[in-house]
Design a protein around this ligand. Structure first.
Ligand code: XMP
Length: 324
């Protein structure tokens, strides 16, 4: 007899038993998973939890402010907000290889996180012995195998196995046995707002993997604006909750267009939307053409730097959800 109320009580007891009177630090990503993990752990051990939000400058429009606002102000959970955008974006600027980008982000994330953890350890309240992560069951298996096939790494997920031994901390992973829909149910059980629970998943490496090729501040800016318009149109059409993930990808390709009586030579933007149960397989979402036309027109009219919009009709497999 499965119930989230029982799971919540069980996990709180488990966290208390594991942590004792120790301290925990938790990396917040802004997503549902790490948020649910943090709220659950906060409920178990209170202010012996400190959250670290490493702001890599690769978040969507307005997202960092929302995350920080919710945790600090609504939940009163101790939170350190680290603005590391320059560090990450400078390192990504000339790098086009998807795996190198992921690894660079993973490495910088760990270094930044470690430095903050060291500061927390030096605050006079005793060094945290535990590190919390919002790892889900699919994260655990997908990073080592694909659809039951041969053991091959498709993508290095930067939130799995990223714990360097030298941090000498024990892992607290209360969501390790759960699928996404179960994490959402648990979040509801914990009283997280519906608007937050229902949010589409967002990858740890953020917009960097939605910007194939080298990442620049200018490209991120264009992508952020276009992505916000696309999501706005999806919400207005009442489609947000029917879609597992929807996002824009800024291609490193410029094409010729015409605007007014002038020639333009600007980037191509791809729109992606998929339905899925757990992210392991996915189908592209069949928007009607009028919707796509509306979204494309708004993006091209409102975002300088994009003059062509295409829609990705690839399912997973053979595609993956993200482009990198
Ligand atoms: P793919 O692109 O592999 O993505 O089909 C499957 C799901 O995982 C998300 N994703 C990530 N999530 N860290 C994460 O936390 C990552 O490095 C990462 N890469 C992909 C992706 O958005 C989709 O929901």
């Amino acid at each position: 007899d499965w119930s989230m109320a029982a799971y919540r009580a069980e996990m709180i007891a488990k966290i208390r038993a594991q942590v004792g009177d120790g301290r925990v630090i938790c990396g917040l990503s802004g997503g549902v998973d790490s948020s649910v993990a943090a709220v659950l752990i906060h409920e178990a051990i209170g202010d012996r939890l400190t959250c670290i939000y490493v702001d890599h400058g690769l978040m969507r429009q307005g997202e960092s402010e929302q995350v920080v606002g919710m945790f600090r102000d609504a939940y009163n959970i101790p939170l350190v907000h680290v603005d590391a955008a320059d560090l990450f974006i400078d390192a990504l600027e000339g790098e086009a290889d998807p795996e190198t980008k992921r690894k660079t982000i993973g490495r910088l994330f760990i270094e930044t996180f470690e430095a903050e953890a060291a500061k927390i350890a030096a605050d006079g309240r005793g060094a945290p012995g535990f590190l919390a992560q919002g790892t889900l069951y699919p994260d655990v298996i997908e990073s080592v195998s694909f659809s039951g096939g041969p053991s091959v790494t498709i993508k290095s997920h930067h939130n799995v196995g990223g714990l360097p031994d030298r941090m000498n901390m024990k892992l607290v992973e209360p969501l390790r046995e759960l699928f996404k829909d179960e994490v959402r149910a648990l979040g509801r059980e914990l009283g997280l707002p519906e608007s937050f629970i229902g949010r589409h998943p967002f990858p740890g490496p953020g917009l960097a993997i939605r910007c194939p090729g080298g990442v620049t501040r200018e490209k991120l800016d264009i992508l952020r604006k276009a992505d916000a318009i696309y999501l706005d149109e999806i919400r207005k059409a009442g489609l947000y909750d029917q879609i597992w993930q929807a996002f824009a990808v800024l291609l490193p390709v410029q094409t010729v267009g015409v605007m007014g009586d002038g020639r333009t030579y600007e980037f191509v933007l791809a729109l992606r939307a998929v339905t899925s149960v757990d992210g392991m397989t996915a189908d592209f979402y069949a928007f009607d053409m009028a919707f796509l036309g509306r979204a494309a027109t708004r993006i091209i009219n409102e975002v300088r730097g994009v003059n062509r919009v295409v829609y990705d009709v690839t399912s997973k497999p053979p595609g993956t959800i993200e482009w990198e």
